[in-house]
Design a protein around this ligand. Structure first.
Ligand code: G3P
Length: 218
């Protein structure tokens, strides 16, 4: 499973990228607004830090506008991935952009039929939003399961499932168990994946016993 981080906070991205565990980054207009940064400058900086796919979302809502914005964003770096919403115009733009060899992440996916259409439009990634479905009292993880099953039925559907809107460490585990190709994870959740109280307790005990030996390794 590839791990992307879901943020436009360059400092967070720098710190997490240093672990070598980051395979990409996703941003969206809300995350860019939260960062307070110039959009294109932030994307350029992020693309320098993380060589993997970096999602940058168009703001236009009709195909022609999406295409011109996408071509502007694509000039920033080779690893820019154009994010388009799962709408009629977004799918039309996706088809054309992937036809031109660009990576496209079709976002705001909330049911299996939408994901199937994104795959038919040649999307590189489709982003089903787990947390927002859960927030609405539906079952976000069921959507991941359905998309996996549908995509596995057809060899020609090569779109990666990018599990998004992740709220808990269990979302990551369950998405991995189902076989999502990518999880885009908020920085706090990514850090929480590492922690376990028994790991901390066990390390403290090892270090206390090592100290008793009075030995040094170097
Ligand atoms: O960036 C796409 C998605 O991960 C955002 O999810 O629900 O946390 O805004 P959310």
């Amino acid at each position: 499973m590839k791990f992307f981080v879901d943020t436009a906070d360059v400092n967070e991205i720098k710190e997490l990228a240093a672990t070598g565990l980051l395979d990409g980054v996703t941003t969206n207009p809300s995350l860019i607004a939260k960062s307070g940064r110039d959009f294109k400058e932030a994307i350029a900086e992020i693309c320098e830090i993380v060589p993997g796919p970096v999602s940058a979302e168009v703001a236009a809502t009709e195909t022609a506008g999406m295409l011109s914005e996408a071509r502007e964003l694509a000039k920033i770096a080779k690893n820019v991935t154009i994010k388009v919403p799962l709408t009629f115009d977004g799918l039309r733009a996706c088809k054309e952009l992937t036809g031109d060899g660009l990576m496209v992440n079709v976002t705001l996916c909330f049911n299996a039929n939408q994901a199937l259409l994104a795959a038919k439009a040649g999307a590189t990634f489709v982003s089903p939003f787990i947390g927002r479905l859960d927030d609405a009292g539906q079952d976000g993880m069921l959507l991941i399961r359905e998309i996996r099953q549908i995509f596995d039925n057809y060899q020609d559907l090569t779109t990666d499932i990018l599990a998004a809107s992740i709220r808990t460490v269990n979302h990551v585990r369950e998405a991995a168990l189902i076989g999502a190709d990518v999880a885009t994870i908020p920085p706090g959740i990514l850090r929480a994946l590492i922690k376990h109280p028994l790991t901390d307790k066990g390390l403290d005990a090892f270090l206390a016993d090592w100290a008793k030996t009075g030995q040094k390794i170097v």
